[in-house]
Design a protein around this ligand. Structure first.
Ligand SMILES: *Cc1c(COP(=O)(O)O)cnc(C)c1O
Length: 362
């Protein structure tokens, strides 16, 4: 007797996480998931510790302390904020709330893979709009609209490209979309671009745009699962019906609030990560690779062919280094390298330089 799942679920492929295995005895250098190069703020760790002692109580399902911290730092009305178990939970809630059978979503060609999963989960279909030079192309998105399009999803800066488009372009996108289409702007790496002074937090006031952020990247709290976003109040009210009210643990909320209040620490992590990133990208370009300018904590390295990228990934893994292959994003000639410690980046740079040498003489 076989238990049959819902047909839509049976048809789905599992979300593919990277293979993080390295040969036995090798020190693993795991740079495949865009985790922070540096530990979280000491204030966040202390707050988590003290919240742990109160674990017999349920977490505050209104996230009051965390919302207040975000509101103070970013000047946002706390009533427009929702928190979730990572921004992935918020993306899932948006998919369940605003997509459904017969509905369609639209995303740039190299858009974040989890979004594709959510579209399937909602029983909807996804259209992809071409990008130009690995950068979101607003005209292509507008040309890709269909009468059934209900949601447009743009990660800015993008993952896995690392590139970003200006606020003026997002404004042009929003203005070109019908009012009934929900625009989701995923700013998982937004802190790396904040220096450009192009905040998008005013967009949700238009009633049909949400802006998402996360504590998983620059704040270094990926394992605690906290995301947040700015939502039109009517959208927030619908999403609260979908969400498990206890999805973010009390320990996670306490850590995230303290991390948010420690902006000097966040800025140090961001600037140090960006400096390492730019040095690493320059070294890769010197070796002959194409590397788009990144506004994130990772770089995308373009090889001469898919075969070369696969060969390099295998050679690196044999030495203990795991980068993210990009076949799932239809960029099989690319590897994505998260920025890690200075030592790790020097090690990766040397390993890639050796691979290049071997290829030249092979
Ligand atoms: C890492 C990432 C996320 C973050 O997911 P969390 O659930 O907050 O850990 C969301 N969107 C993009 C584009 C990402 O790269």
């Amino acid at each position: 007797m076989t238990i049959t799942p819902n047909p839509g679920i049976a048809a789905m492929a599992p979300y593919t996480l990277p293979d993080l295995s390295v040969p036995p005895g090798r020190r693993a250098v795991l740079l495949a998931q865009n985790e922070s190069a540096l530990p979280p703020s000491p204030a966040a760790l202390a707050a988590a510790q003290s919240a742990l002692a109160d674990s017999r109580f349920y977490a505050d399902s209104e996230w009051r302390n965390l919302r207040a911290a975000i509101a103070e730092v970013h000047g946002i009305d706390p009533g427009h904020l929702l928190c979730g178990a990572g921004s992935m939970e918020l993306i899932q809630m948006l998919g369940l709330g605003y997509l459904g059978p017969g509905g369609r979503a639209l995303s740039p060609a190299f858009g974040y893979l989890y979004f594709r999963t959510v579209v399937q989960l909602a029983g909807a279909a996804l259209d992809l709009a071409p990008e130009t030079d690995l950068t979101v192309n607003v005209d292509a998105l507008l040309a890709g609209l269909r009468p059934e399009t209900r949601v447009v999803f743009v990660a800015n800066p993008g993952n896995p490209t690392g590139t970003r488009i200006a606020r003026a372009e997002l404004l042009r996108l929003r203005d070109g979309l019908p009012d009934r289409v929900l625009l989701i702007i995923d700013e998982a790496y937004g802190e790396f671009a904040d220096a450009a002074g192009e905040s998008m937090f005013d967009f949700p006031a238009r009633g049909n745009t949400v802006v998402l952020r996360t504590f998983s990247k620059v704040y270094g709290l990926a394992g605690l699962r906290v995301g947040w976003g700015v939502f039109p109040p009517a959208v927030a009210a619908e999403l609260r019906k979908i969400q498990n009210p206890g999805s973010v643990s009390a320990v996670s909320l306490a850590a995230a609030a303290a991390a948010m209040r420690d902006q000097p620490y966040m800025r140090r992590v961001r600037d140090e990560t960006a400096a390492r990133r730019d040095r690493f990208a320059a070294a890769m370009r010197q070796l002959g690779f194409t590397v788009p300018h990144s506004h994130t904590n990772f770089v995308l390295i373009r090889f001469a062919s898919a075969k070369a990228a696969t060969g390099a990934a295998d050679a690196l893994r044999a030495g203990g280094i795991v980068l993210r292959p990009m076949g799932g994003y239809e960029l099989p000639d690319c590897l994505r390298a998260t920025i890690g410690s200075e030592d790790d980046m020097a090690h990766v740079r040397d390993a890639i330089a050796e691979w290049v040498d071997r290829e030249r003489t092979a």
